[in-house]
Design a protein around this ligand. Structure first.
Ligand SMILES: [Zn+2]
Length: 485
C-alpha cells in the first residue's frame, strides 16, 4: 500500500488498523515532530494522496517497545480532504476531552497520576453526583438498598469468583504481608459476602443491593480515551438476588427503570436479548425459565427487541440496552444479566417453605453503565450544553451596573439557599459577560438592570421578564422534574 510506503520513510510500521474513516499506524520510531508531520503531508501530496496526519501520541507494547501512533485520513482529491476537515472540526468541538478541558470539568494527569485515571474537577464532580442522584432516585423506587464495600480484597476472593483464572490480566494485583491482594475489577464478589453474612429465608427475597462502586481495569494504554476508555470507572452496580419465580416481575421493574432514565436524556434506545451459548453453566431447565422470564418481561411491556441466539454469557442470559446520541451513534449503556454461576461458586442459598436450601438467581445490572463513560456520551450528545438539572453552573446573574449589585446578590443568595447552583458575574462589559456565560455553557443567564430592580423581576435571555417568585418557582420545578427551563 502506498500510504504505508510513504510512512515507512519515517519508521517501520509495526501494526495498523482503522476506526471509522481514520487509519492508524504504529511506527517503530522515537516521537515525531510537528515538522515531520507536515513533511509527511507534503510527501503524500507528491504521491497524489491528499492526507491529514495526526499525532496520536506514543504508547508502550507488552514487551516494552515504545511506538508512535499516527492517525491519518487519505483522499484522492483536495476537495474531499477539505470537506472531511470541516466535518472533523465540527465533531472536535463536540469531543468530550476537548470540552472537558475547555470548561474545567476534568483532566488526565499521565505523568504523576497515571494514564486512564481521570481526575474530576469540582464542576465535573457535580455532573457525576447528579447522575448518581438520578439513579439513586430510580433505585429507591425499586426498593434497592445502597451498600459500600472496600476497593481491595484478598486474592482468595477472586479465586472463588473465577476472576483470578479468567480476568487476572486486567486486574491490579500485588503481594504484601504474606498475602496476595487484588484491587476490585468487579463489585459482585464482595457484594455476595454481604448476602452470605446471615442465613436467608425465601420471604426475604428479592434482596436488592446497589453500590456506586469504583473498579479498576487495566486496559491497553494505547486504547485509553478521555472518560470513555479508562482504568478507573464507577459503575451504578446493582445486584438483585431473587428466586426464580421472581425473574419476570423484577426484570420488568428494572426495564421500566432503564427506560425512565433514557427518556430523561431524550435518547432513542434499542434492546437485545442474548440467549444460552453452547458452553455454559447451570442446568437447562433453569436457563429455560430465565430466558422465558426475560422474554415475557419484554413482551409484557410491549417493548421491541432483537434476539441474539447463543450470545448470552456462559453464566446466564442477558438484555443489553443501546442508546443513540444526537450524532446518530449507538452506545451500549445498560445491561441486565442473569447469573447462575456466582451463586454456585459462593454456595449462596436461601431456605424455602419446606426448609430446603435453594440456590438463588443473581441479577447484575447497570442502567448508566460506567458513569464516567456515560458522562462522555452525554457531553458529546449535548455538545457540553447540559440540561438545567445537570449543568455544573445552573444560573448566572448579570447586574448591568453597580447599582443593581445588591439586588443581584440577594437573588443569588436565595437561590443558593434553595440548592440552586447560582453565581454573579459583574466584571467587564455586559456583552462580554453574556458571551462568557454562553461559552461556559451556563444553563440560565439572567440580566438585571434598574427596570428589573424597580419591578422586582429578572430578564432571562429569550423570555419575557419574570417576577423573582416566578423565576425561582420555574427553576425549582424544572430542576426537580429534570425538564427544560
Ligand atoms: Zn455484577
Amino acid at each position: 500500500m502506498e500510504v504505508k510506503n510513504i510512512l515507512e520513510k519515517k519508521g517501520k510500521v509495526i501494526a495498523s488498523g482503522n476506526r471509522d474513516e481514520l487509519l492508524w499506524f504504529d511506527l517503530d520510531v522515537t516521537p515525531l515532530t510537528q515538522t515531520d508531520y507536515e513533511n509527511l503531508e507534503t510527501d503524500f501530496k507528491k504521491g497524489g494522496i491528499f492526507a491529514k496526519v495526526i499525532n496520536a501520541g506514543s504508547h508502550t507494547t507488552k514487551d516494552g517497545k515504545e511506538l508512535q501512533r499516527v492517525w491519518l485520513v487519505a483522499y484522492k482529491t483536495q476537495k474531499e480532504l477539505t470537506d472531511w476537515q470541516k466535518d472533523f472540526d465540527e465533531r472536535m468541538t463536540r469531543d468530550h476531552r476537548f470540552i472537558g478541558e475547555q470548561l474545567d470539568w476534568f483532566h488526565v494527569q499521565e505523568d504523576l497520576v497515571g494514564p486512564g485515571l481521570p481526575l474530576l474537577h469540582p464542576k465535573g464532580t457535580v455532573i457525576r453526583t447528579e447522575l448518581i442522584n438520578l439513579v439513586r432516585q430510580v433505585n429507591n423506587e425499586m426498593g434497592g438498598e445502597e451498600i459500600w464495600t472496600p476497593h481491595i480484597a484478598k486474592s482468595e476472593l477472586w479465586k472463588v469468583s473465577g476472576h483470578y483464572d479468567n480476568y487476572k490480566d486486567k486486574m491490579f494485583m500485588w503481594n504484601q504481608d504474606d498475602s496476595e491482594w487484588g484491587i476490585k475489577a468487579m463489585n459482585c464478589p464482595i457484594h455476595m459476602q454481604i448476602y452470605k453474612s446471615k442465613p436467608k429465608s425465601y420471604k426475604e427475597l428479592p434482596i436488592r443491593y446497589t453500590e456506586f462502586g469504583t473498579v479498576y481495569r487495566k486496559e491497553q494504554s494505547g486504547e485509553l480515551h478521555g472518560l470513555s476508555r479508562v482504568w478507573s470507572l464507577t459503575i451504578d452496580d446493582h445486584h438483585f438476588i431473587i428466586r426464580d419465580d421472581q425473574i419476570l416481575s423484577e426484570i420488568q421493574m428494572i426495564l421500566k427503570a432503564a427506560i425512565k432514565i433514557y427518556k430523561v436524556f431524550g435518547m432513542e434506545y434499542k434492546l437485545k436479548l442474548s440467549t444460552r451459548p453452547e458452553k455454559c453453566v447451570g442446568d437447562k431447565a433453569l436457563w429455560d425459565v430465565a430466558e422465558k422470564g426475560l422474554k415475557d418481561a419484554l413482551d409484557g411491556l410491549k417493548l421491541e427487541f432483537t434476539v441474539d441466539e447463543g450470545e448470552g454469557a456462559f453464566y446466564g442470559p442477558k438484555i443489553d440496552i443501546d442508546a443513540k446520541d444526537s450524532m446518530g451513534r449507538w452506545w451500549q449503556l445498560g445491561t441486565i444479566q442473569l447469573d447462575f454461576n456466582m451463586p454456585q461458586r459462593f454456595k449462596m442459598t436461601y431456605v424455602d417453605e419446606n426448609s430446603k436450601h435453594i440456590q438463588p438467581v443473581l441479577v447484575h445490572f447497570a442502567l448508566l453503565g460506567s458513569i464516567e463513560r456515560f458522562m462522555s456520551v452525554l457531553i458529546e450528545h449535548t455538545g457540553g450544553r447540559l440540561p438545567l438539572w445537570l449543568a455544573p453552573e445552573q444560573v448566572r446573574l448579570l447586574p448591568i451596573g453597580e447599582s443593581q449589585a445588591e439586588y443581584a446578590k440577594s437573588i443569588v443568595n436565595d437561590l443558593r439557599g434553595l440548592g440552586v447552583r447560582a453565581k454573579i458575574d459583574d466584571e467587564g462589559t455586559l456583552g462580554k459577560r453574556i458571551r462568557n456565560s454562553q461559552t461556559q455553557k451556563v444553563a440560565v443567564t439572567a440580566v438585571v438592570g434598574d427596570k428589573e430592580v424597580e419591578a422586582k423581576t429578572v430578564s432571562v435571555r429569550g423570555k419575557d421578564p419574570m417576577s423573582i417568585e416566578d423565576f425561582k418557582e420555574k427553576l425549582l420545578l424544572s430542576i426537580m422534574e429534570r425538564s427544560d427551563f
